[in-house]
Each structure stands twice: as structure tokens, then as C-alpha cells.
Write a protein that binds this ligand. Structure first.
Ligand SMILES: Cc1cc2nc3c(=O)[nH]c(=O)nc-3n(C[C@H](O)[C@H](O)[C@H](O)COP(=O)(O)OP(=O)(O)OC[C@H]3O[C@@H](n4cnc5c(N)ncnc54)[C@H](O)[C@@H]3O)c2cc1C
Length: 385
């Protein structure tokens, strides 16, 4: 496990100041309903504004519309955006992982087709991994892609596909070679790029969230044709590519900053009240832990810049970060000790209600706590993860 102590350089701190100034001007407190981390609103206009600043697809090559900056520069930008509860939902997945995967494993044709649009904030991606019988045991996916002239015919179902109804494309993990009874599940998988809304045979249906909101989807495939040019990387190598994708997915600020806007709002609303002192004490306690996890997460970004795919380190950060998010929410609930409602007059109370509702999913999405512990412990023993 390679966590090296690191700090932001003067250039990175200058970028941080630039992002803070942008947010203070674009979204002054009180002018918008902050979101909870990456679950923030989809706002295409905001995504475009960020892209105009060069803050979407930052680490992608300039040749394809990117800015050849570092994973740490991206860390600096997204940390500020999430802290602020900015509406980053539309470009989130494309910026965090899909662009990097297409760049790393895709063909030049795919880079040309997708990366400039991702970097312009004009293309939203979803993640097509989970299936009704395959979540933690992702290598057991059974959505099948069978060979056809010039492409593949797909049948099966993906589930929990966040925002598929709002995004444009997704990368799906599919079984391209049937699994023999004693076969290796990790072989014979492939990743394919699929247009969510313009593909005959593909249906997207909502799975309502606890409070009726539409976030999740079930995506079904009935004889869906996907051309060869949409296969990412080498057919059959999907498991390795997917593991790399999860390294990008797991170790960033979105895994420990989700309730930040709630904490900040508590400080605002308790300032000059009798609760102010206690709120500050709680804030101090929370920040101390935040800082430790944040430094591990920053170290993961440095590893990515060093050319590694730090899947073990990022699993550990996600395990610690999301567990911390849950404990933080519990502390806030204890602190206020009142009935919470989503339509409260108080923004703090609305945000905390949303935290209570969605928080349990934080330790599940992107891999459950148990699975992350398993990845981390296997990694520590030098076993394949
Ligand atoms: C908010 C949210 C957003 C999501 N978005 C997406 C998305 O966009 N795309 C997508 O593909 N998926 C998405 N998911 C799905 C998510 O990745 C899966 O829910 C997750 O991987 C767990 O899979 P499962 O639900 O099938 O649970 P299961 O795998 O059935 O696990 C059930 C329980 O058993 C435990 N368990 C399972 N196997 C083991 C083991 N070997 N050792 C110890 N414990 C084990 C798990 O930790 C868990 O507690 C999302 C989930 C959430 C909550």
C-alpha cells in the first residue's frame, strides 16, 4: 500500500483560489439549493461553464479537447465543487472515470468521438456494471453479448443505473465469452459504449427511491446491436479495465465530502445562537477526521499522476470515507435532536433530511464496505483483487 504524505503546491493552491472565486460569483450562498456531493443536481449550463474554464476532462490530452493537467488538479477542482454543493451531476461520471477509461483503453476513433464532447461538458455518462444477480460479485455479470456481423447482440438487464434517464451514454460490462462450469469468471468480459436513448431494443425504466424520487433505473436489452467500434479496448479484457475504472471511481473527494454542505449550513444557522459554541466544537471534531481522510485521498490522486491504478489504496479511502460520512450524519442528527423534514424552512434541516435518506447508500454505491475491506486486505497480502 503506497500512501505518501503530500500537500498542495503553490500552483495547486492558486487553482483552488480560482475555483473558490468562481463559485463565490456563480453560486453565492443562498442563491442555490446545495447538493450532497456527487448526487448534486444535473445542470447542463453549469457543466458547460465549468468546461469553458477547462475544469472538465482536465487530465485528458489537449489533442482530444482536454487540458493535460493532473489528477491532483482535478482533485482540487472537485473538492471545491463538492464542498459547495455545486450542481456537477451531469458531467460527473464522464469526468471522473469514463473519459479516462476511453483515453486509456479506447481507439483513436473513440477518443475523437467522445473525449472532446466530454471535455466540453456536453456528454453525460452512466455506469452499467450492476445486474439483478451481480452486485458485489461483479465478475458474475451475465448480460450476454453474442458475436454478430460487425458487432454484438446483447440480451440481459442492468440495474441501479444512476441517472440513466438523464445521461446520454454508458459503459457496460458484458459477458462476451460464455462461462464454462469451472471457468474463470474474470475472463471473457468486455466493456462496450452504448447510447442510452437511441438504441433499438434498449429500455430504461425507473426504480423509485425511498421517497419516490427518480435516481435509479433498470436498463433492459433485447437483441440490442452494438457495433465493434463501440467495444472499449480488447474484447475479453473487460475485468482488468473495469478494475482500473474502479480505481478512478473510489478514492476521490466524492467519497468523504457528501455531507459537507450540511455541516457548513449548520455553522451558518447556529452562528450567534446558543448552539453556536457546540456547533463549533462539533465542527472541529469533524474537520480533524476529514483532514486525515482527505490527505489519504490526495495521495491517491498523486499515485494516479504517477501512472498507477491504485485500486487497493482507493478502496481503503472509500471504506474510511463513507464510514465517516455515516458517522458524521449520526452526529448531526444527535446534535439537533428534532423531527427532520425535506420541506423544512431551514436549509440545514432539509439537507440533513436528505443525508438521512441517502446516506446509507454512500457505503453501498461503488462497492460495499465489506467488499472494500476485502480488496484492501487482499492487496495488503499481495493477492489479486
Ligand atoms: C446510491 C447508489 C447508486 C448506485 N449507482 C450505480 C450505478 O450507477 N451503476 C451500477 O452499475 N451500480 C450502481 N449501484 C449499485 C451498487 O454498485 C451495488 O448495489 C453494490 O455493488 C452492491 O451490490 P448488491 O446491491 O447486489 O448487493 P449484494 O452484492 O447482494 O450484497 C449484499 C450484502 O452482502 C455483502 N456481501 C456480498 N458479498 C460479500 C462478500 N464476498 N464478503 C462479505 N460481504 C459480502 C455486501 O457487502 C452487502 O452488505 C448503486 C448503488 C447505490 C446504493
Amino acid at each position: 500500500m503506497r500512501f505518501t504524505p503530500t500537500e498542495l503546491t503553490p500552483d495547486e493552491l492558486a487553482l483552488q483560489a480560482e475555483v473558490r472565486a468562481f463559485l463565490a460569483e456563480e453560486l453565492p450562498p443562498g442563491s442555490h439549493e446545495p447538493g450532497l456531493g456527487m448526487s448534486a443536481r444535473h445542470d447542463k449550463a453549469f457543466s458547460k461553464k465549468m468546461a469553458e474554464r477547462g475544469w472538465v476532462g482536465m487530465a485528458l490530452p489537449t489533442e482530444w479537447g482536454g487540458h493535460a493537467r493532473t489528477a491532483v488538479d482535478r482533485f482540487v477542482v472537485v473538492e471545491e465543487m463538492l464542498r459547495w454543493g455545486a450542481p456537477v451531476g451531469y458531467h460527473w461520471v464522464a469526468d471522473r472515470q469514463t473519459g479516462a477509461i476511453i483515453n486509456k483503453f479506447g481507439t483513436d476513433d473513440q477518443r475523437e468521438r467522445f473525449l472532446p464532447k466530454i471535455c466540453a461538458g456536453e456528454l453525460g455518462f452512466s455506469i452499467g456494471m450492476s445486474e439483478p444477480d451481480s452486485g458485489s460479485d461483479l465478475a458474475s455479470v451475465s448480460t450476454r453479448a453474442d458475436r454478430d456481423d460487425g458487432g454484438w447482440i446483447i440480451n440481459g438487464t442492468k440495474i441501479w443505473t444512476s441517472n440513466a434517464h438523464q445521461n446520454d451514454w454508458f459503459i457496460c460490462l458484458l459477458r462476451t465469452t460464455p462461462l464454462e462450469p469451472e471457468g474463470n469468471k474474470r475472463e471473457g468480459l468486455s466493456q462496450m459504449l452504448i447510447d442510452i436513448h437511441n438504441t433499438p431494443g434498449l429500455e430504461v425504466g425507473p426504480i423509485p427511491f425511498l421517497n419516490g424520487e427518480h435516481h435509479f433505473n433498470e436498463v433492459s436489452f433485447t437483441d440490442v446491436f452494438v457495433p465493434d467500434e463501440n467495444v472499449v479496448g480488447q474484447a475479453g479484457m473487460g475485468w482488468n479495465q473495469n478494475t482500473t475504472e474502479m480505481a478512478y471511481e473510489r478514492g476521490g473527494p466524492d467519497r468523504w465530502l457528501s455531507p459537507f454542505s450540511t455541516v457548513e449550513q449548520l455553522l451558518r444557522e447556529t452562528q450567534d445562537t446558543e448552539l453556536g459554541e457546540r456547533a463549533l466544537e462539533l465542527f472541529g471534531e469533524l474537520v480533524a477526521r476529514w483532514w486525515g481522510i482527505r490527505n489519504l485521498s490526495l495521495s491517491v490522486a498523486r499515485l494516479i499522476d504517477g501512472g498507477y491504478a491504485p485500486s487497493v489504496e482507493s478502496s481503503l479511502v472509500k471504506e474510511m470515507g463513507t464510514r465517516y460520512e455515516i458517522e458524521l450524519i449520526e452526529k448531526l442528527v444527535e446534535f439537533v435532536d428534532e423531527e427532520l423534514t425535506l420541506d423544512s424552512e431551514s436549509l440545514f434541516s432539509r439537507l440533513l433530511s436528505q443525508c438521512v435518506l441517502t446516506g446509507p447508500g454512500n457505503t453501498i454505491r461503488g462497492g460495499t464496505i465489506e467488499i472494500l475491506r476485502s480488496v484492501a486486505s487482499k492487496g495488503l497480502q499481495g493477492l489479486p483483487v
